[in-house]
Design a protein around this ligand. Structure first.
Ligand SMILES: [Zn+2]
Length: 174
C-alpha cells in the first residue's frame, strides 16, 4: 500500500527551553479550533514496545483519556521483541527513537495516510523511557497519532510546549 508521511511532532519541554511567560504570548492566543490533519477509518491497535518502559497500566490510562473523548481503539498489545520498531497497517506503535534523535525533544509522532483515501493507516510514536514517564506526554502523542495538530491554548493537551500544556481537550471530541 502507498502512503504519505504526514508530519513529525516534536514536543518541546526541556527546562532549559523555558522562557518567561511575558516572552511567550502564544499560550494566550488560541485562534479557532484544533485542527485534525487526517482521521482513522478503522479503530487502531496500539502496540507498545518494551524498550519504552511504558507499562500496560500507563498506556491503559492514556487510552482511557481518549476513549473519554469518544475515540475507540481495538487492542492494546505489548511487544518484547527487539525489532519492535515499525507500525503495521492499522497500528499505532510506541517505540524508542532511532539514533540521531535530538535529545531536547521529548517525543515525536509520524502519521502515515493512504494516498487513495487520505485516511490514517498507521502511526509511529518515538519516545525515550524518561519522557514516557512524564505526565501527559503519551496522551499528547496519541493525539497526534489520531491526526490532531498542535493547539496553543494554555492547559490544552495538544499544546506544543509541555510545561504550558494540561489535560484540556477543547475541540477534540470525536
Ligand atoms: Zn506535539
Amino acid at each position: 500500500m502507498r502512503f504519505v508521511l504526514f508530519f513529525v511532532c516534536f514536543l518541546s519541554g526541556a527546562a532549559e527551553e523555558k522562557m518567561p511567560i511575558a516572552y511567550s504570548p502564544t499560550e494566550v492566543f488560541a485562534v479557532g479550533k484544533p485542527q485534525q490533519r487526517a482521521k482513522w477509518f478503522i479503530n487502531p491497535n496500539i502496540r507498545v514496545c518494551d524498550s519504552t518502559e511504558v507499562t500496560y497500566s500507563r498506556i491503559s490510562r492514556a487510552v482511557r483519556y481518549w476513549e473519554n473523548a469518544g475515540y475507540v481503539f481495538d487492542n492494546i498489545i505489548t511487544d518484547s521483541s527487539p525489532d519492535c520498531m515499525n507500525p503495521l497497517h492499522g497500528e499505532i506503535i510506541i517505540t524508542i527513537p532511532e539514533s540521531g534523535f535530538a535529545n531536547h525533544h521529548m517525543a515525536s509522532t509520524r502519521i502515515y495516510t493512504s494516498t487513495k483515501t487520505g485516511d490514517i493507516v498507521k502511526a509511529k510514536i518515538q519516545i525515550l523511557p524518561k519522557n514516557a514517564r512524564k505526565e501527559r506526554v503519551i496522551e499528547h502523542e496519541i493525539g497526534h497519532a489520531l491526526g490532531w495538530m498542535h493547539y496553543r491554548q494554555k492547559s490544552h493537551i495538544m499544546h506544543p510546549t509541555w510545561y504550558l500544556g494540561g489535560y484540556g481537550r477543547y475541540g477534540l471530541r470525536k
